[in-house]
Design a protein. Structure first.
Lengths: 622, 718
């Protein structure tokens, strides 16, 4: 199938930011996740938990503060002595519960006065702590206020009388978050020990109408503080300092016990943070506030499968490019020739020209960006690095001609009338004639770059596109979707290829469909037109279109090389999917030349090592 | 709980169903797809989840399908018979039935039967059976006649029992019914005559059957509206002889006897059947699901447009012709939870409800709430063993035993009990054992001299009793101070209350050594410690070294000195067992028993102080024995575990601390226990310290696997 030299890169020092807040919307079945660096991500839970959008707004914290500010402005609430840390509206909008330090206040919205002040016990395991911080409150429609606090308690209060109804001590550390189901029959809390507890309203005895809140299930999927929780009708969602987003389906609510009912743990972004210059063997890493440019090393040695070759030259860190201002980087790209770097934040677009003189690199910013190039969602250079394609957040696709140190705006494809959706994935053919662009749901459009017009639209598919690429020579567009389907569409013929139809007819192997990370990059071998190279976070795969497809009975992944098997056996068991799971978690993989691959890994242990230490728990004794 | 879900119609196309309804609905090789054969010329393949037809095939004008199409699961082909003798085989790709494989047979076919995992069978109208392969090899082969003239096949079904295909078919001749069971592999055909019992005039309307290990349970719906059950043995006792089978009433008056339309029933699972028909003469037709174990109506659904009196059940779907269209009703039977049942118990004992028998035997259906006034009679009818060719009028042995208990001597009872236990376990074994024990105990209470100890021992050893079934048993044993029986109870019963456990403990501690000598307690849990006592020197060494516990090294030096002054026999005290082995065995039974701390503590306070110290000494001794080896376990079969020992030490001290502290003779023991705890604490704190080092080691290990930040490797994909 092929032997490759693999540049195994582990110096991409990427640490996802901790999750600060999650919010679930029932109508769209989407989940918004905000991280401590200010990014907001939207996940489509219906589309195999695919990360649809990433916004990099700064100042999300301010947004949170606006709500209490506004209320104060409209009606001066009674002044509170200490900070308010949590708020919850009564569903009817008449009352607000506010959690402060050592007490919870219930405000009447009309009069603006505090009608109750409920003092929270400071006692913690019999020892009086200094302060008890009410991290979260939830106001139920029957007037019950549920509070979670730093003493490890979940407490139920009657807001009409201001009395404590029930108290559950659930943790030795802070309980930091609470979320109530829409039906108000169950809620979920998260603790600083990484535990998530599920509470349910269950009848005291069967048939009786009297119900009580019971702590039903504990889950330990986090190592660090669970800063936020959400409750969808079928799942508990939690996130925190350890940067994982965990979606735990409630088995009693899941109707079909299939693979969708499995626990999901999302750690890595579903988009590319790395781009690569094949010609100069450069890697560009994108971080929240800076870019890093690295040159890969080299070797002259050869070896057999599994060997680590001695390096004749190590990898170099060439450049550390910091952004100006507090805004996060949305996207970045290095041109295939290595002479251009482009990146965009939420309000500005930057283009740099790189000059290489022996070992020296000089960087020159291209100034005077046109005003329409302000916020890009995706940037792409053409194969010959003469054109720059920019997908703006307004929905337009700009084509910019690059020559020498200057640029010229050639054309802008305006979004289809009636759509406002911005394109977030781009792919260009190697001859530079075709440009494919995909939004989150509106399908894939293919533009003719020479004639500057829309060529065709790929038939719409229910699931969002996670990666796409155009094969050289044939100009076949290969599209991967979040439900793990892969299509091949011939751009010149404007139809799916025969191979794609065969694949759809036979169906993918069930293990292929059960992978839970999306394909994030597709590339092609310049000399082997039948090969498609693609990868997700846990595997790298070469699809050989000339071989038969595997059916559900064949072994999809065989980690062992064939030993002494006769040619007949090998031919019978060989199938189109050649999978390698050596490199993981795999953030990027591409073909540098015919015989060289580059793989960027980010081991989880390296991320954990950079997180603050979790709450220490004694293992022995009491 | 069984439930019928919302019905849906498979197709708006009106099927050409004749007055007889459809010919049949059969499974195809895909779980969701079914072959529907109408009574004319057409076979349709439906996908139920999509509610639409996937394919349709018709025979030529003038031909008529005479046997429902089935799927050959082995080849994924469909088979149908038209004009009685012409066999057609086709698959999904075929369009025209005229052009597919055809075989003309020499005799008329009644049904083709196909189940997953074996080749289809062809049942001829004359009763002969052939495998499809064998038949196709020579379609014109001669087919023998099995059934007599004027005998007509009414119904048939095909099972796989232990991988053997078994075919059953029912014939009728002049109002008499016969069942034929064909073991296809062994080619044994057994004929049974079905006796209709009291109601000789009734006509059987519909049959269904389910199979368990030994019997085919044939259920029939008669024209009197009742469902009867007949058990047909799969392996015939004497295949040559013509045997008769008695049927017994299973459910009474399920449907009205005289409906115009047909009625039908089908078995859903072991305990549930679905019945189609009108509950009363005038009312509309209903589909109802009955639980035959509890004889309750689970759910029912009205079918106002009338049905054809046909019912099929595959997977989770019930199929029937409702009005003119084929209707599917999904059926689900979810397992009812024990928690739900327990919750209901609280409300179960309303005053005025009639007393249920104390021992419920779940193997036999109880006649409750179905209009059986005489429970005695219903019991006899409902007895599951109904295959006796002739009924025995004899009194069952259990009855005999119960009457013996009330009158006879201990000796005689013992013989009877042994006899009964020697019998094979009957379905009502639990009930009889329960009744026997209750009977015996009642007599014990009435006659103080009566104490059938051996009987009780035997009954307890049957493993079917528990404390809650016979609370009096342990009470009487406590009064009689029968430690052997108490030990047995502690070992066998899972649900002894803490107060009784404590009462046992009191007796075990207080009973004299001499009276213990006479008893015959089980010594299984006690290891003979005495032989190790001789080698005292070695003993002391191990004590110092093992598992972090070293009383000698302790800082409590002054009390140590004081104690060290005492002569040698003091050290001996801690190394030799403070109780005789028999008592140790009894105490071990206590240690093994289940308890809840909250309920046990108050009872422990009632134990006299010297007994507490004795028990503590024994526990301390066990602890020392435990710490002698690295695994912290005691030798022997089923010895007390370290956790049990530690828990009981804590419990005893918690309950009696003030008393024990005041006792001078317990001083040494307390000091030892104190040292024990201290050493445990230091072990744990050391472990906590070591944890950091372990983590460093782990890190080192990880670094070894880590190949650095950058490398170039060779990868070959195969």
């Amino acid at each position: 199938m092929g032997e490759f030299k693999v540049h195994r890169v582990r110096f991409f020092n990427y640490v996802p930011s901790g999750i600060r807040c999650v919010a679930y919307n029932n109508q769209s079945n989407r989940l918004a996740v905000s991280r401590t660096d200010g990014t907001v991500e939207v996940y489509n839970l219906s589309a195999n938990y695919f990360q649809e959008k990433v916004g990099c707004e700064d100042g999300s914290v301010k947004l949170f503060q606006i709500t209490p500010d506004k209320i104060q402005f409209e009606r001066n609430f009674d002044r509170q002595k200490s900070r308010i840390l949590s708020l919850s509206w009564h569903p009817s909008g008449t009352h607000i519960a506010a959690g402060s330090i050592d007490y919870i206040s219930v405000f009447d919205v009309k009069s603006g006065s505090a009608i109750h002040k409920m003092i929270v016990d400071r006692q913690h395991m019999g020892v009086s702590k200094r302060k008890c911080i009410v991290w979260g409150v939830a106001f139920l429609s029957d007037g019950t206020v549920i509070s979670v606090d730093s003493a490890g308690k979940v407490q139920f209060w009657d807001s009409a009388t201001g009395t404590l109804v029930k108290s559950h001590l659930i943790a030795n550390a802070d309980v930091q978050s609470i979320a109530v189901a829409e039906q108000e029959d169950s809620f979920v809390v998260g603790t600083a020990e990484g535990t998530v507890f599920h509470f349910q309203l269950v009848p005291v005895t069967s048939n009786s109408s009297e119900k009580q809140w019971v702590r039903t299930k504990p889950f330990q999927h986090h190592t660090h503080d669970v800063r936020t929780v959400a409750h969808s009708p079928t799942a508990l969602i939690s996130g925190g300092t350890d940067t994982h987003l965990v979606i735990r389906p409630l088995m009693e609510k899941v109707e079909v016990k299939n693979y969708d009912a499995a626990l999901r743990k999302i750690t890595f972004p579903h988009r590319r943070l790395i781009s690569c210059s094949k010609k100069r063997q450069l890697l560009l890493f994108q971080f929240a506030h800076h870019l890093e440019l690295w040159r890969l090393g080299s070797t002259v040695a050869t070896g057999k499968n599994g060997d680590t070759l001695p390096l004749s030259k190590n990898a170099d860190h060439l450049l550390h490019l910091k952004t100006k201002g507090p805004e996060n980087i949305i996207c970045s790209c290095i041109s295939p020739c290595g002479s251009w770097i482009a990146y965009s934040t939420v309000s500005r677009f930057f283009l740099y020209r790189l000059n290489y003189e022996h070992d020296n690199i000089s960087l020159k910013r291209v100034s005077k960006m046109p005003p329409f190039l302000r916020c890009a969602l995706q940037i792409l250079f053409s194969e010959d690095s003469t054109k720059l394609f920019v997908a703006s957040n307004q929905g337009a696709l700009h084509i910019v001609q690059l020559s020498g140190g200057s640029f010229k705006h050639l054309h802008a494809f305006q979004p289809q009338s009636g759509t406002v959706e911005a394109m977030c994935l781009l792919a260009v053919s190697s001859d530079g004639n075709w440009l494919a662009a995909s939004g989150t749901s509106a399908g894939v459009h293919v533009y003719n770059v020479k004639q500057l017009k829309l060529h065709c639209t790929v038939p719409a598919y229910n699931f969002p596109v996670t990666a796409m690429a155009i094969a050289p020579n044939t100009n076949n567009l290969v599209i991967a979707h979040s439900d793990q389907q892969v299509f091949e569409y011939s751009i010149p013929d404007k139809q799916y290829t025969d191979w794609s139809r065969t694949v759809q007819k036979q169906g993918f192997h069930h293990l292929w469909l059960q992978r839970d990370t999306p394909i994030t990059h597709i590339s092609f071998h310049p000399k082997r037109p039948m090969h498609i190279l693609l990868h997700d976070a846990y595997m790298f795969c070469i699809i050989d279109k000339s071989l038969p497809l595997p059916n559900d009975k064949t072994l999809l992944y065989n980690p062992f090389p064939p030993t002494n098997e006769s040619d007949v056996v090998r031919r019978r068991t060989a199938h189109a999917f050649k999978i390698s799971k050596i490199y993981k978690p795999l953030l990027f993989m591409d073909l540098l030349d015919e015989r060289t691959l580059v793989a960027v890994e980010r081991p989880l242990d390296d991320i954990i090592a950079q997180l603050p230490p979790p709450i220490k728990k004694k293992k022995f004794g009491t | 709980m069984a439930a019928l879900e919302e019905e849906f119609t498979l197709s708006s196309v009106v099927l050409s169903a004749g007055p007889e309804g459809l010919l049949g609905v059969e499974q195809s090789d895909k779980t969701d797809q079914f072959l529907v054969t109408d009574s004319g010329r057409t076979v349709i393949l439906y996908k139920v989840s999509d509610q639409k037809p996937l394919g349709s095939w018709s025979v030529k004008q003038g031909q008529i399908i005479t046997c429902p199409a089935v799927c050959n699961f082995q080849t994924r082909e469909y088979i149908v018979v038209h004009d009685n003798k012409v066999l057609r085989i086709w698959n999904n790709e075929d369009v025209n039935l005229d052009k597919v494989f055809k075989a003309t047979l020499s005799a008329e076919v009644y049904r083709i039967l196909s189940v997953q995992g074996t080749e289809p069978l062809v049942l001829f109208k004359e009763g002969a059976v052939r495998g499809l392969e064998a038949l196709l090899a020579d379609p014109q082969q001669k087919i023998e006649t099995v059934i007599s003239d004027e005998e007509v096949i009414k119904w048939t079904k095909f099972f796989i029992v232990f991988r053997h295909p078994v075919l059953i078919f029912i014939t009728e001749k002049h109002g008499n019914y016969f069942a034929y069971v064909q073991m296809f592999n062994s080619r044994i055909l057994t004929k049974y005559t079905l006796l209709l019992g009291q109601d000789e005039n009734s006509v059987i309307e519909s049959f269904t059957a389910s199979v368990d290990r030994k019997f085919i349970s044939l259920m029939s719906l008669s024209s009197d509206g009742c469902i009867y059950e007949t058990l047909i043995p799969i392996r015939p006792t004497d295949p040559e002889k013509n045997q008769t089978l008695v049927r017994s009433l299973l459910l009474k008056a399920v449907v009205s006897g005289n409906t115009r339309n047909g009625v039908a029933l089908t078995a859903l699972d072991q305990d549930h059947i679905a019945v189609l028909g009108s509950p009363q003469a005038a009312s509309k037709e209903c589909l109802s699901v009955w639980n035959i174990k509890f004889q309750t109506l689970q759910t029912s659904k009205e079918l106002p447009q009338g049905t054809s009196g046909q019912l099929w059940y595959y997977g989770e779907n019930l199929f029937m012709l409702h009005g003119k269209s084929l209707t599917v009703i999904p059926y689900k039977c979810e397992v009812s939870s024990l928690a739900g049942a327990l919750g209901k118990l609280k409300h179960g004992q309303d005053p005025g409800t009639h007393v249920m028998p104390r021992f419920v035997n779940w193997e036999t259906p109880q006649g409750c709430g179905l209009g059986f006034q005489n429970s005695e009679q219903s019991r006899r009818i409902l007895r599951r063993r109904k295959i006796e060719v002739s009924l025995q009028p004899e009194v069952p042995p259990s009855k005999q035993l119960l009457s013996t208990i009330m009158e006879d001597s201990e000796k005689h009872i013992e013989v009877e009990v042994r006899k009964f236990l020697a019998l094979k376990q009957t379905p009502d074994f639990h009930t009889v054992i329960g009744d026997t024990v209750t009977g015996l105990l009642e007599r014990c209470k009435a006659e103080p001299s009566f104490y059938p100890r051996n009987c009780l021992v035997q009954l307890i050893q049957t493993h079917v009793l528990s404390y809650s079934l016979c609370p009096d048993l342990m009470e009487i044993a406590l009064i009689k101070k029968d430690v052997q029986l108490l030990q047995l109870c502690l070992q066998q019963f899972p649900d002894i209350p803490e107060s009784v456990t404590c009462a046992c403990l009191k007796i075990f501690l207080s009973i004299g050594d001499d009276s213990l000598q006479e008893t015959d307690v089980s010594m299984e849990s006690v290891f003979d410690y005495s032989n190790s006592v001789h080698d005292e020197k070695m003993e002391e060494q191990t004590e110092i070294l093992q598992n972090g516990f070293s009383p000698e090294e302790d800082k409590c030096s002054n009390c140590d000195q004081e104690l060290n002054k005492k002569p040698q026999d003091e050290t001996k005290e801690s190394t030799s067992c403070p109780v005789v082995p028999k008592r140790a065995a009894l105490l071990n039974a206590i240690l093994h028993s289940a308890y809840s701390e909250t309920f046990l503590l108050p009872h422990l306070k009632d134990i006299p102080a010297q007994h507490i110290t004795l028990f503590l000494k024994y526990l301390y001794f066990l602890y020392l024995k435990c710490s002698e080896n690295a695994t912290m376990t005691l030798p022997g079969i089923n010895p007390p575990t370290l956790n049990q020992i530690m828990d009981w030490i804590c419990l005893l001290l918690d309950a009696n601390f003030t008393v024990v502290v005041m006792m001078p003779e317990a001083k040494r023991l307390l000091i030892n226990l104190y040292k024990l705890v201290k050493s445990q604490i230091s072990v744990y704190s050391e472990l906590n310290k070591i944890e950091v080092s372990f983590r460093e080691l782990q890190k080192l290990n990880q670094e070894k696997n880590n190949r650095g930040l950058y490398s170039i490797e060779v990868l070959e994909l195969f």
